[in-house]
Design a protein around this ligand. Structure first.
Ligand SMILES: *[C@@H]1O[C@H](CO)[C@@H](O)[C@H](O)[C@H]1NC(C)=O
Ligand SMILES: *[C@@H]1O[C@H](CO)[C@@H](O)[C@H](O)[C@H]1NC(C)=O
Ligand SMILES: *[C@@H]1O[C@H](CO)[C@@H](O)[C@H](O)[C@H]1NC(C)=O
Length: 420
């Protein structure tokens, strides 16, 4: 299965299957930070926080955690498989989009966030990438909020500050390093809704600094070019979310009760209000710009994602500090190494001389052996020669013996005759 990088480069997600049931899941492999000093990998507390939060969540619009595995180097979260792709990609593929359809999805996002906020959990990373569809082959796909890597439990009386997330979507209180709460998510929903309806990003500037400055100044407008056909109610909804003062920003329950969300809900329940419905139908949004937005954001995601850049920067810093440590070690060890090398060299010279001597004597012994061998060979040949001559003489002795025997027998006969 192919994985794709998430959370900087410290986590990848792969599709997997439980052998006993055949059920498919998404496995998120998180690299653990191996030491306190290291900047590579994810800290244990952070992984535990994500797991703790995920274990508590059970809602149709939120990804569920099935299981967790761990070894020395990795933690593997076995998560519900969310295979319908990103909401924005799904919407961008449609020819047009009515506000009614848009609110169907936004309502699902709000339902998920309401559940989170009822548990005093802030997601802190709501953005198009993290709004997925469970399955895009159905009439009304189900939204799933994913990636709880930055999620945080907000505790009364405990101040929480951090600078994180993706600049385009973060609230002014994050930019300004002020105490954070559930309100930060509501701001992100405002930005997401703005983009969903127009394909334009409310604060995105030419640089990260410009984007952050635009956010801090709440510098946005509903350009006629992008919002010409958008209803006043929709703009009102966004305007009430993109409020700098967190106390005046719409809370999740207010957002769910907002007329823009409520109106469409009523229309759904009672389609008899033809007049209102026709008004909605006439407000078809063009998705061409949303398409352009999704294409651009996919291609620009890595270079313009602070989190990714931060992690990349951190890993470069770590490499540098590793190299520095290595250089120090090298400097320290250089002298003793020099000594070692000299000692080794002298040992080598000694050994070499010894081997030379040794090999000289071996050569001598060898030539001696060869000489002995040759002598033995000559001796053997001599012996063979002797053996052959002995054989020959034996044969001649044999024949002589035979003649003598014949001679003897004839003599015996002569003697016998004479005696007779
Ligand atoms: C831990 O598990 C991961 C994923 O299966 C694997 O890539 C890694 O090599 C494992 N580490 C050890 C130390 O076994
Ligand atoms: C952000 O601010 C810059 C500088 O003030 C401005 O030129 C740009 O149009 C702003 N962008 C948005 C999307 O408001
Ligand atoms: C990313 O942002 C920079 C400014 O920070 C901008 O110049 C660049 O065009 C953006 N990258 C892409 C691929 O859009």
């Amino acid at each position: 299965a192919s994985g794709f990088p998430l959370d900087g480069q410290f986590a990848i997600v792969k599709r997997c299957k439980e052998k006993s049931t055949g059920v498919e899941y998404a496995a998120k492999f998180i690299k653990k930070r191996q030491s306190r000093a290291s900047r590579r990998g994810v800290r244990r507390e952070e992984i535990e926080r994500e797991v703790d939060i995920l274990q508590e969540l059970q809602h149709p619009n939120i990804i569920t955690l099935h299981d967790v595995y761990e070894n020395r180097t990795d933690v593997v979260l076995i998560l519900e498989l969310v295979s319908g792709g990103e909401l924005f990609d799904f919407l961008a593929q449609k020819e047009s989009l009515s506000e009614e359809e848009a609110t169907e999805f936004i309502k699902q996002i709000l339902n998920g966030v309401q559940y989170l906020h009822s548990k005093k959990i802030a997601h802190f990373d709501l953005k198009p990438e993290n709004i997925m569809l469970l399955d895009n082959n159905v009439h009304l796909p189900r939204i799933k909020l994913i990636d709880f890597g930055l999620a945080h439990r907000i505790k009364d009386g405990v101040e929480f500050k951090n600078i994180f997330g993706t600049p385009e979507f973060v609230a002014p209180e994050i930019v300004n390093y002020e105490p954070l709460g559930l309100e930060a998510d509501m701001w992100s929903i405002g930005v997401i809704t703005y983009i969903l309806l127009s394909g334009a990003s409310p604060f995105l500037g030419d640089s990260k600094q410009e984007t952050l400055a635009n956010i801090s100044a709440v510098n946005f407008e509903f350009d006629e070019e992008f919002f010409g056909s958008t209803s006043e109610l929709a703009k009102c909804f966004i305007r009430q979310l993109l409020v700098k003062d967190t106390r005046k920003r719409l809370k999740i329950q207010d957002a769910l009760n907002h007329p823009w969300i409520k109106t469409h809900e009523r229309l759904e329940d009672n389609s008899a209000t033809v007049e209102a419905q026709m008004k909605v139908e006439s407000q078809q949004l063009k998705t061409k710009r949303l398409k352009e937005y999704t294409i651009q954001s996919h291609s620009s995601m890595p270079p313009n994602n602070t989190y990714v850049n931060f992690e990349r920067f951190a890993s470069v810093l770590e490499d540098i500090s590793l190299v520095e440590m290595g250089l120090e070690n090298v400097a320290q060890k250089r002298e003793s190494l020099q000594d070692d090398v000299e000692a080794l060299l002298s040992i080598y010279c000694e050994k070499e001389a010894w081997y030379k001597e040794e090999s000289e004597s071996i050569r001598q012994e060898l030539s001696q052996v060869r000489y002995e061998f040759r002598k033995a060979e000559v001796l053997r040949k001599g012996l063979q020669e002797d053996l052959r001559t002995t054989d020959a003489s034996l044969a001649s002795i044999d024949s002589r013996y035979l003649t003598r025997e014949a001679h003897l027998s004839s003599l015996r006969q002569e003697l016998y005759a004479e005696l007779r």
